[in-house]
Design a protein around this ligand. Structure first.
Ligand code: CP
Length: 306
C-alpha cells in the first residue's frame, strides 16, 4: 500500500505517468467515469480548505466513487480529544482511501503509520502540500510543454508557504531549473530547504526582495499569500501582508510567454485587473487540480480504467 505524504514519495517517472494520466482524463473523461464505482474517499480536514477538499471530492465523484468526511476539527471527535492514530484506524473501516489536512506538521505521516488505507497529505501546517505540487507541475507542463530548463520565481511568504516548499523539492529534480526567491527578509525560504535541496543539488538561485527587478527573467511567477494563520503575532502579519501586489503595470515587464500561478486563495497579492491577462493561469491551475487528483486516486487504489 502506498501513501502520498511528501512530494518525493513519487519518483520522477511516477510523476510523469500521473501527469500523462491527468492529461488523458482531461481529453477523455468518459473513459474514467466508472473507474472507482463502489469506492469511497474520506476527506479528513482539520483546517479550512476550498480547493483541496472540494477538488478531491469532485475527483472521486468524477471517477464514479463516493465521498464522506468532515471539514473542520470542531465537527469531528478531535474536539473530544481523539488522536490521529485512533481516527485513522476507524476511518480505515469506512473508506478505501483518505485525504487529510492538518495544522500540525507530520500529522498525515502519523496517520499513514496506523492506516489500513492509502493516506494522502492534503497539507500539513507550514510543511508540505504534495497534491498542490502535482497540480502545479501539471499546470507548468501543460502551459510550457516541459518541466526542465525553466526560471521559476517564487514570491511572497516563502517561509510558511507549504506549497512553495513542496514545489521546490519537486522541481529540483529536473535539469536546468533556476529559482528566483522573492520575499522580505522575515519570510525567506527555510534553511532546511535551501541547504538540503537547493544548495545540496547545486541548483542556481537568487534571493531578492524586489519583484520588479527580476520580472523580465522569469518563465513562471508563482505568487503566494502571506499565511496569516501561521503568524504568532498579528502586528507582524499586518506589516507584511501587502509586501507584494502584482499589478498589470508590473506584469507588463514580464516575458510574453511567462505564466502567473498561485495555489490560491488570493488575498491582495494579485490585483483583480491581472485576471484578464492571458498569462494569469491560476484558475486554470485549479481545474488541473481535479484531473491530477483523479489520476492520483486511481494510482493509489491500483485501479486501471477499462
Ligand atoms: N491551494 C489550496 O490548498 O487551497 P485550499 O486551502 O482552498 O485547499
Amino acid at each position: 500500500m502506498k501513501h502520498l505524504i511528501d512530494p518525493l514519495d513519487l519518483s520522477v517517472e511516477e510523476i510523469k505517468e500521473l501527469l500523462d494520466t491527468a492529461n488523458d482524463i482531461e481529453q477523455n473523461p468518459q473513459k474514467y467515469a466508472h473507474a472507482c464505482d463502489g469506492k469511497k474517499l474520506a476527506t479528513l480536514f482539520y483546517e479550512p480548505s476550498t480547493r483541496t477538499r472540494l477538488s478531491f471530492e469532485a475527483a472521486m465523484l468524477n471517477l464514479g466513487g463516493k465521498t464522506l468526511g468532515f471539514a473542520s476539527a470542531d465537527n469531528s471527535s478531535a474536539a473530544k480529544g481523539e488522536s490521529i492514530a485512533d481516527t485513522i484506524r476507524v476511518v480505515s473501516c469506512y473508506a478505501d482511501i483518505c485525504a487529510m489536512r492538518h495544522p500540525k506538521e507530520g500529522a498525515p505521516l502519523v496517520a499513514s503509520q496506523y492506516s489500513r488505507i492509502p493516506v494522502i497529505n492534503a497539507g500539513d501546517g507550514g510543511h508540505q502540500h504534495p497534491t498542490q505540487t502535482l497540480t502545479d507541475l501539471l499546470t507548468i507542463r501543460s502551459l510550457k510543454g516541459r518541466l526542465d530548463h525553466l526560471t521559476i520565481g517564487l514570491c511572497g511568504d516563502l517561509k510558511f508557504g507549504r506549497t512553495v516548499h513542496s514545489l521546490i523539492k519537486s522541481l529540483a529534480r529536473y535539469e536546468g531549473i533556476r529559482f528566483v526567491l522573492i520575499s522580505p527578509g522575515e519570510l525567506k525560504v527555510p534553511d532546511y530547504i535551501l541547504n538540503e535541496v537547493i544548495r545540496a543539488k547545486g541548483i542556481p538561485y537568487q534571493e531578492v526582495e524586489r519583484l520588479d527587478d527580476v520580472m523580465p527573467e522569469l518563465d513562471i511567477l508563482y505568487m503566494t499569500r502571506v499565511q496569516r494563520e501561521r503568524f504568532f503575532n498579528e502586528e507582524d502579519y499586518i506589516r507584511l501582508k501587502d509586501c507584494y501586489i502584482l499589478t498589470q503595470d508590473k506584469l507588463n515587464k514580464a516575458k510574453k510567454d511567462m505564466f502567473v500561478l498561485h495555489p490560491l486563495p488570493r488575498v491582495n497579492e494579485i490585483a483583480v485587473e491581472v485576471d484578464k491577462d492571458e498569462r494569469a493561469a491560476y484558475f486554470r491551475q485549479a481545474q488541473y487540480g481535479v484531473y491530477v487528483r483523479m489520476a492520483l486516486i486511481l494510482k493509489l487504489l491500483g485501479v486501471t480504467p477499462c
